[in-house]
Design a protein around this ligand. Structure first.
Ligand code: SF4
Length: 77
């Protein structure tokens, strides 16, 4: 049975993780260990780095299991 997509939100960014396609390369945990730590229950904590740093690391995920969307503050009216 397919595992559920996981969503991790922090100010400025939303990260999703699809456990069905992760190839366990370990690139995320080696590249940004404070954010990606499989020893924690909430293993992705995007609030522990800048949104840009998290997005840059997510872009290196070889399987595409990690995806990130940078959020902009609302434009002033
Ligand atoms: S970098 Fe991507 S494929 Fe590699 S362990 Fe992390 S989520 Fe899985």
């Amino acid at each position: 049975m397919a595992k559920k997509l996981q969503t991790y939100e922090a100010p400025g960014i939303v990260v999703t993780f699809d456990p069905n396609i992760c190839t366990h390369s370990g690139r995320c945990v080696r590249g940004l260990p404070e954010v990606f730590d499989v020893k924690r229950t909430r293993w992705v904590r995007p609030e522990l780095a800048t949104p840009e740093a998290v997005a840059a690391q997510v872009a290196k995920c070889p399987s595409g299991a990690l995806q990130a969307t940078l959020l902009r503050p609302a434009d002033p009216v």
